[in-house]
Design a protein around this ligand. Structure first.
Ligand code: SF4
Ligand code: SF4
Length: 118
């Protein structure tokens, strides 16, 4: 079981989650963050910190997870190994609020490129 960052984070990236994570397990892409499932200790602190409601607990029972969540589990695990660790809150994009509740952000904006980390 772990927590994963999902679509709502894309182009929103408020980064409040980073400030509450006790094990620094967030990794930064160009326009979103992911959680390393091997490092997350399942404390849940980041869920309430995220104003975009982007962080979701993955159910223990795999059958309870829907395919969309499965895809985010895969993306978090894959990109946590490719993107740099980020432990300090950076600058939120100026247009973050405008993109916060937008739909279909993954197909429109997801970027495999790494962020700067820090
Ligand atoms: S607080 Fe939420 S929206 Fe902001 S970077 Fe973390 S997961 Fe993404
Ligand atoms: S659940 Fe806890 S350990 Fe896992 S990413 Fe969130 S704050 Fe970090």
């Amino acid at each position: 079981m772990t927590y994963v960052v999902t679509e709502s984070c894309i182009r929103t990236k408020y980064m409040d989650c980073i400030t509450v994570c006790p094990v620094d397990c967030f990794y930064e892409g160009e326009n979103m963050l992911v959680i390393n499932p091997l490092e997350c200790i399942d404390c849940g602190a980041c869920v309430a910190a995220c104003k975009a409601h982007a962080i979701v607990k993955v159910p223990k029972d795999a059958a309870a997870a829907n395919s969309a969540l499965d895809e985010w589990v895969r993306i978090n695990a894959e990109y946590a190994l490719k993107w740099p660790n980020i432990t300090e809150k950076g600058v939120t994009p100026a247009d973050a609020d405008a993109h916060r509740d937008e739909e279909r952000k993954r197909e429109r904006y997801f970027s495999p490129n790494p962020g700067r980390g820090g």
